[in-house]
Design a protein around this ligand. Structure first.
Ligand SMILES: Nc1ncnc2c1ncn2[C@@H]1O[C@H](COP(=O)(O)OP(=O)(O)OP(=O)(O)O)[C@@H](O)[C@H]1O
Length: 223
């Protein structure tokens, strides 16, 4: 599904150049559920942002099925992202001024769907994630677990094939983490591919494969 080849990425910080990715290679199979672990600052978020098309490598290639994302311009990447990627972050990134329904509907704002079609889609998503009763609530009144369910619903509303999650359970208690992991497992069983950046071995244990990021590269961890 995905082939990353010889990816490099550096950042400048004043006079200093930080080489974050150093000729990184990675293959991700369709239907995989993959954890990426590694120390703070090792480049996990950088890698995830490149996979999402939010950031670009300095060199190397990123192939998604038959298309080269690494050759796309900004507009093409934005379209690629809308069509293929669901992105979930640790702190949910919900819009406080909008309620649960409106947050989940956000990615559809440029779609050609009618109001009724959007309503149906969002209501289906609310049901799937068992949060129908939260529909009209302000997001800043929700618990962490509820916020993450809303964020997952929003990430899934366009039915992306690839779900990228950056520390998705990092702010949650053990019980809520377990519920979110069950949701991820169910999504994977429905055919979604998941890549999860995590510091948490419990999360990695739920995945089929784990990679460790170090020295700008990823290596598989034997299970
Ligand atoms: N936009 C940026 N400008 C400058 N330096 C950056 C930028 N983004 C990341 N970095 C640096 O690149 C390195 C890798 O950062 P990254 O966030 O990818 O690591 P990480 O493994 O996800 O860390 P953490 O586990 O703490 O989230 C760090 O040294 C970071 O300071």
């Amino acid at each position: 599904m995905i082939t990353l080849k010889d990816l490099t990425k550096s950042y400048r910080s004043g006079e200093r150049k930080i080489d974050v990715l150093k000729e990184l290679d990675l293959e991700i199979e369709q239907g995989d559920m993959l954890a990426i672990m590694g120390r703070s600052g090792s480049g996990k978020s950088t890698l995830l942002n490149i996979l999402a098309g939010l950031d670009t490598p300095d060199s190397g290639t990123y192939r998604y099925h038959q298309t080269y994302v690494s050759e796309m311009n900004g507009n093409e990447r934005a379209k690629f992202r809308r069509q293929n990627i669901g992105f979930i972050v640790q702190n949910y990134a919900l819009v406080d001024s909008k309620n649960v329904f409106e947050n989940i509907a956000l990615p559809l704002r440029y779609s050609k769907l009618s109001k009724k079609e959007i309503k149906n889609k969002v209501e289906h998503m609310l049901m799937e994630l068992n949060i129908t009763k939260l529909k009209h609530k302000a997001v800043d009144t929700l618990s962490g677990g509820e916020m993450q369910r809303v964020a997952i619903a929003r990430a899934l509303i366009q039915d992306p094939a690839l779900i990228l999650a950056d520390e998705p359970t990092g702010s949650l208690d053990v019980q809520t983490e377990s519920e979110i992991l069950d949701i991820f497992t169910k999504l994977n069983q429905q055919g979604k591919t998941l890549v999860i950046v995590t510091h948490d071995q419990v999360v990695a244990d739920h995945c089929h494969n784990t990679y460790y990021m170090q020295d700008g590269m990823v290596t598989p961890v034997a299970s």
